[in-house]
Structure formats: structure tokens, C-alpha cells
Design a protein around this ligand. Sequence first.
Ligand SMILES: [Zn+2]
Length: 484
Amino acid sequence: MQKKAAAYARISTDKQNQTSLEAQFKEIAAYAESVGFAIVERYQDIMTASGAMERPGFTLMVNRAKAGMYDAIIVFKLDRWERDNIEDAIIVRELERLGVYVLSVSERYDPTTPSGRFHRGILSLTNTFYLDNLKDEVYRKTTASAERGIFQGGYPPYGYKLVKEFVPELKKEVTKYALDPVEAQIAKRILEMVAAGKSYQTVIDWLESVGAKTRKGGPWAKSAVYEMARNEKYTGTFTYRIGKKRNKRFRRDDTIRVEDAHPAIIDKATWDKIQSTRRQHTHKKSDGAGLLLRGLVFCGDCGSLMTNMGQERYRCSASMRNRKFKSVSVKAAKLEANVTTTVRDHLVRCKLDYEIIAKEFNAMVAEERIGLQTRAQELDVRIAAIKTKMQNAVRAILEGSPLAKMLEEESKGLAKELKMLEVEREREMEGEKEEIEPERLREMFEQQLRALDGDAKARWDLYRTLIKRVVVFPGGMFQVEFYD
Ligand SMILES: [Zn+2]
């Protein structure tokens, strides 16, 4: 009997020059036939810029595949370019574990073999490494600037405004935080109330009773007070990179803190008090330890999966359910650190063919560039049109047109739109990648492998590419089994 497959295609409303749904299905069908699958169902999604994460077609297909309706799902293209796509990667691996193949027309790796999976992983890793290198330069610059307590973008917290300040050593003006006289007083009172143990609702009630509005002129929300209570900037300490890094589950290790960088609204004692009251009603969160090896760790005594459920240790899942199994466990952080070392050694021994990797990577870069250039050209046309419109408006105003008032308003709107388009175009071109030489690729790999400890996402991909399983024995000894 022929094996059954579901076909999946999608398009984005905000992208030009993409393969139409019909054309995608046609290619999928041809591919399916060549590998011996019969398409029994079609799924599709039309993605909009706003609802980017909503994929009803995809979700339905995956659920049905998990229920065993198909032997494979065939997509036109996988989202391998999206860096934070751990969830999708999990879905793919989960389907594969259930025996459902995930095939891609555009990326023809055979996921049914270890070498095909290895191939896919290495390419995804190449992209990750490449983007990291690209970002390094920008990262170093912003780090140096942030270490001086210089504002790096975003909105100043309530109570502060932004001011320009000339820094002689840098020979330029920089942006810093300064007190907003009115807001700062209210902010101080809010934080003192939180420090005294008052509930967020009490704070809100007080704000309402004195008629205090948010910066936008609206009523206060509990979430706003909550955000304030966890913002260390109020102590005069400049903080940067405290939020998510690629994946919010991983705590950052590159946060920058500069004490006494700007005027304080509360003192350190008040801040400490707030943090201790806050801790009473927030529960301990997992900082990502345990996620890295999820699904890869097995008990050496009984062969069951070992899980850690956000705890500090991986435990044999059978022993948690039934006492007759030996209680095998290991500290998650320790296991992860040791596996990282083992993986690094393994990769150094693995002979990668950089010629082939570079060739395939460059083919994808070229394909991506065509899309970017088309988009840039389209933006250029729109920018030029707006400029002409604005010039016409200026001329009409100068000539004393009776519509001057209206044209002036319109020009303001146009100027805003122009600015947005220009920013968008700049951002678009930042995404452009360049082809890479095999030799450079090798250097990049070696350099990145040394830094492997830092990047959880790269490790996540890598581990699943290379590791068949990690077996933990009673007493905590472990063994990493690699794919051949
Ligand atoms: Zn066990």
C-alpha cells in the first residue's frame, strides 16, 4: 500500500515574489510521487504581518499527523531561517519520533537517515553561526556604549525623560535619562507603596484618587506597576539587556549594569525591600536548565526517558511513577555542561565537508537575496512617490495655494510615512547575507565551537542533530550516544 502524506503550503500577504499556493502544491505533489508518497490531504495558511503566529492549517495538520493519519507531511519550505523557532523544531522532532516524516521540497534532505538529519542540522547551525558573526560587531559597539550608561533605545521608564548630553571623551552628544519632575514624584510614591507591602490594587486606587494618569493619558494598569517594581533603573542604575535573549526561557548572562548612571528615584534600601516583597508572590521560574536536553536523556537502569519538569535534576520517569524502579537522577546543570564538552570534542573529530556546506548555504543566500531586493525596490518606488508628493505640497504652499493649511497637515503625515519606509528599507537590507568561502566557514565553525557554552539555541539545534541519546547510569555516570 502506498504511504500517505499531507501537503502543506503557505504564503504571506506582506511578501512579494513568492511561489503561489497552487505552484507550491504542484511541486509538493511531484516531489511526493518521486519519493513514493500519495498526497491524501492539503493544508494551507495565508499569513498576515499582524497575526504572524496564527497557523490554523499547520496546527490542524500536525495534530492529525500526530494522531497517525499520515506517514509524512510534505512542506514546500521549512522555516529554518527563523532563529527563535524552537517550538517548530520540537514539533518536527516529535513527529519524527512518532514515525511521521517531515519532508521539504526546497530542502531535500532525507530525514529518515542519520546523515540526512546531520546535514539538515549542520546547515541550520551554519545559519545561526553566520548571523552571530554578523551581529558581533554591532553587539560589541552597543556593549561599549551601554557600559557608559548610555541609552540604547526604547521608552524611558515612567519618572524619567531623555536628555542629550555632550561627552567630551566621545566627542559627541549621547542620550541619557533625567528626572521628569512631575512623573518622578509620582513614581517615587508608587514604589514606596509597593515597598511598604501595599497591593498593586491599592496603588492603582491611590493613583486614581489623585487623578494621576499614565504618560499616554490613560488609567493605570496593575501590569504597569508590576513592571515598575522590577525596574532597577529607579535606583539610578543603568541596565541593559535584561530581557529575553532569543528565547525568553534562557536567562541572559550578558546583562550590563552601571550604578549611579543617572539620578535615582528610590534608594537601594527601598529597592531591596520591593524585591523581597515581590519574591513572596512570584514563584521560582526555570531558567532553561533542563530544556537543552529535553527528550534526549534516558535511564541507564531501566531505559525510560528521564525528565526534569523544571527541576534541578533529571529523574527516571519510571521511578517517579513506580517505586519498584531504581531512583536514577543527575543534576541538570552538571549534565548539560558535561554533554557540551563531549559534543565539542565530537565535532572537532568529525570531518565536516565545508565545500559542500558552503555551496548549499550560498545557494540559499542567493535565493533569499532575490526576495530582499524585490522588496527593497518596491520600497524605493514608494519612497520616491512620497518625496514627489511632498515637493508638490511645498511648492503649492509657497505659491500661496488656498489649500495651504490642508497641504501642510498632509505633508506632516507624509514625512512620518517617509521616515517609516526609510527605516524599513534599512532594516530590510540589514538582513542581506553574503556568500561565504569554505575556508571562512571552517574558521567560523571552529571559533563558534569554542564559544558553544554561551548560545543555548545553537546548542539546542546541535544536540538534536548529533545526539541519539544520553544515557545516565545509577550514581550519575553518563554516556553520550552520537548518530553515526
Ligand atoms: Zn529507570
